[in-house]
Every structure is written in C-alpha cells, then in structure tokens.
Design a protein around this ligand. Structure first.
Ligand code: ASN
Ligand code: ZN
Length: 316
C-alpha cells in the first residue's frame, strides 16, 4: 500500500524520508520509436491514490499547463531514454512496463517515493523550505530507480543491503542527469534535490564530503562518508539513507579519479556488480562485486582507481 504516513509539513522524519528519511511501442514518428507507456494521475492534495487520470498520451501533453504534470511526464520519459540508450532497458522492468505516477499527493507532503506500484510526488511545504519534489529531475530519477531495483535487483530495504539500494538510486540519478545533459564529472551535477531546497547552496544529498544541508529548519544532513562513521542503530531502516553516503562518496572518488563521462565505464562497472546480486548483500561483498566487474571490463588503471576509492571511504 502507498506510504501516506508523512502527509504533513516537514519534520525530521519526513525530511529524513528523502533527506534520510503493457509495453507499448509508439511508432507515430521516427524520433519517438520505443517510447515507454506512461499514465499520470492527479491526487489533488489528498491521500486517495493514485487520484484522477489526467494524462496518458504524448499528444495531449500540449494541453497541460500544470508544471508538476509537465515535469513528471517529461523527466520520466527522459529517464526511460537514458535506460534504453545506456543499458538497453525498456522501462523500469526492462519489458516496457507502463509507468504510473501520481502528483500533488497529500497536503504539504515533503517527500516523493516509489511505493512498489507507482510513483508518488508531494508538493513540499508550499515553498517555505522545500518546493514540489518533482521540480528536481534528479529526484524523479532517484525514485524511478527504486522501481528498476525492485524489478531487477532484489536488494532488501534495510541495513547494508538497504544502503546499497539507496546508493544505487542516487547513482542512477546522477548518471542519468549527466547522460541527459552530456556533462562531465567536473561540470555535471552531484547534488540531488538542490532544485527543491529553497536555501541556496543546499541540496538533499551530496556525493562530495560536504553536508547537503545544515540549517535550523531542515536540521543537519546525517549522511556519513566513511566506514569509520558507519551508523549501526535502528533508525531509518538501519541507516539506509545514512550509510548510503559511504558508497556514494566512494563512487564520487572513483569518477573523479577516472575523469571520464560517468555513463560509460562507471555505469557499466556498477551495473555488472548488480547483475545477480544477493538480496542481503553487504558492503564488503558489494565492493568485491565491483572489483570483479571492473577487472572483467577494464584495465589495471580503472581497478587501481576503484581500489583507491574503496580505501578512501575505509572499505578494504
Ligand atoms: N524519498 C525516499 C527515498 O526514495 C523515500 C523513502 O524513504 N523510501 O529514499
Ligand atoms: Zn530512495
């Protein structure tokens, strides 16, 4: 069932949720072949999900004026283009599954999520601190990746496997954004959520060593960036959004050392590590899978960078 537990304004829990807390091939035009089917609903600020069906055909897009509808439709389509072009995946299940999204969910819902069946987007707190969550394509890409994970890589959503799950959602979000904007590690975005946090210079996640946010209204970003700070407590499903920071930072170090576009070698290495992953895979095993994938695909140079990145976050 959809998670409607956080349909009020921002609180630690709500913020942590994000901050911690029928294959159809359209052949109408030559450019639009293989477009994934999508359906968009408007929940009209209720928790009645998914709400009323408002858009299901690209040809009706021009009649829409609601930014949330336009953003979710366009960025979902772009994410599918990324999946198809880089991984030859048709939709999140690779078999062309229709992607259903619901916008304007709840009252001041400060979150967005994949609920196991469809995408859910809250409007934030009416721009006091957080704008509508669909305003940042990287959030859309993160949540859609939870769908990709559900259908392809059976990672349990708790403890270390849950942190790997969150890490993959963040990594695909960054890679999709770099691919779609043809940016490099230096010029591209590494700051999911920065377009919805109203305070300048803040975001919901960072891949570098800085805090994503640190101010009164949102509190302090709890993500850790080194294994020595690994969170062992019960909060946040055993730290899924906290400890994913260790792997995110490791990915960032690797990409920075490599200094090449991240949708090529890094994506292929990470994807190779995911194929056949066990549901309760932990960090050390994941590191081994990354090293094997890297070794299978590339030369000593890439493997040295990967080992350097793992050591940089205390995973040996
Ligand atoms: N927005 C959050 C996330 O995708 C929702 C959650 O806590 N699962 O990580
Ligand atoms: Zn997530």
């Amino acid at each position: 069932m959809p998670d409607t537990s956080s349909v009020t304004g921002p609180s630690d829990m709500v913020v942590r949720g994000f901050v911690r807390n029928g294959f159809t091939v359209s052949r109408k035009t030559s450019e639009r072949i293989d477009m994934v089917k999508m359906k968009l609903y408007n929940a009209l600020n209720t928790s009645d999900l998914p709400g009323s069906l408002v858009l299901w055909k690209q040809s009706n897009l021009a009649k829409q004026s609601d930014p949330a509808i336009l953003e979710v439709w366009n960025h979902t389509e772009k994410y599918c283009t990324f999946l198809r072009d880089t991984l030859e995946m048709y939709s999140i299940d690779r078999k062309g599954k229709c992607i259903i999204s619901s916008v304007h969910v709840g009252k001041r819902l400060c979150n967005a999520f994949w609920n196991g069946y469809f995408m859910v987007y809250g409007d934030g707190d009416l721009s006091k601190y957080l704008q509508p969550f669909c305003r940042d394509p990287m959030i859309i890409y993160h949540e859609l990746t939870h769908g990709v994970i559900q259908y392809n890589f059976p990672l349990d959503y708790s403890g270390q496997s849950g942190a790997i799950n969150e890490h993959i959602a963040d990594v695909f979000s960054v890679i999709a954004h770099h691919y779609l904007n043809k940016t490099t590690p230096k010029s591209g975005r590494w700051d999911p959520g920065s377009l919805i946090v109203t305070k300048r210079g803040m975001s919901l996640r960072t891949f570098d060593n800085n805090k994503a946010y640190d101010y009164e209204e949102l509190g302090v970003d709890e993500q850790v960036k080194h294994a020595s700070n690994f969170y062992e407590g019960p909060e946040d499903e055993g730290g899924v959004h906290i400890n994913s920071g260790i792997l995110n930072h490791m990915f960032y170090i690797f990409c920075t050392l490599l200094d090449e576009v991240i949708w090529d070698k890094p994506l292929k290495i990470w994807y190779g590590a995911l194929v056949g992953i066990r549901h309760d895979c932990e960090f050390e095993e994941f590191a081994g899978r990354l090293a094997t994938s890297c070794d299978n695909l590339y030369s000593d140079r890439e493997l040295e960078f990967l080992i350097g990145a793992l050591q940089g976050v205390g995973i040996n």
